[in-house]
Design a protein. Sequence first.
Length: 287
Amino acid sequence: MAFAVALLVACTSNEELILSPADGPSADSAPQNSFAEKNASDTIYVHDTVVVYKDTVDKEVEIKSSYTSFIYRDSANHLDTVLRESARLTCDMEEESFTCKYAMQPLINPVPEYKKVEFHLDSAPVVVLMDTIYKDTLFRNTFTKKYDTTFINYGDNRLTDYIPPEYVYDLGEHPFDSTAMRDFFDTLDVRDPQLGRNNRFVVNSKLSFTGFPAVVMRVENAYEFADLVDIDRTWPAKRRVIAREYVFENFNMKSDSTVTWTLGFMHYENGVGEKDSIQVTTFFKVK
């Protein structure tokens, strides 16, 4: 390693000051980053290191990028193509369906912190000490990208023919169950205004009661479950079904009766809500 010293002097007496390397700190101990320090004699030493390469070699570096692609139906029932990085796309594959979730990048990137060294020359002499390091080779990288794409439901190498809908329904904690409804309405003891605390129930469906003999029937606390706060994208998207609480009161009946009536409900499947109904027979106990 060859050592070179460049000297710059500025002083108030306008006299030229010449310093040798022995006049300042050893250049062998100089750090790689520039900094300045002021000694007791008001002389500022600035240290720096320069690296000189005798040869430069270009080296090609291949970057492999993996992607996953699939098609789905949008709200207008048109087909659209999705292409996402495989590293951030999680897909659950089944025999005749699949779902995918993509983790979005953070919206705010951390700002790097920089340490700034400040010094004031004023009228003090400045000495620049420079280390020069000679190296044989500098490898200069040239980057090329190689794309590898997995096709889920289209193309010659597709994994499945299934195309997901735009969204599906999440039936919630109280999905409609025809067997449970028939069991609930099988026998009602109307001697108790609250039917033995059995005069209300919650279900994730819109119901209708045709021929049901309740004088008062109302829907309380009808609300819709809010969508989960999730910055990630999913295919298909999920929709929450409205949860309703049904309350029955004031059965105006004078004797035990058996009534057959029609219970209508909303049936949710493949992103579509369709009306359906079942026949229910209820024994009303009065005496």
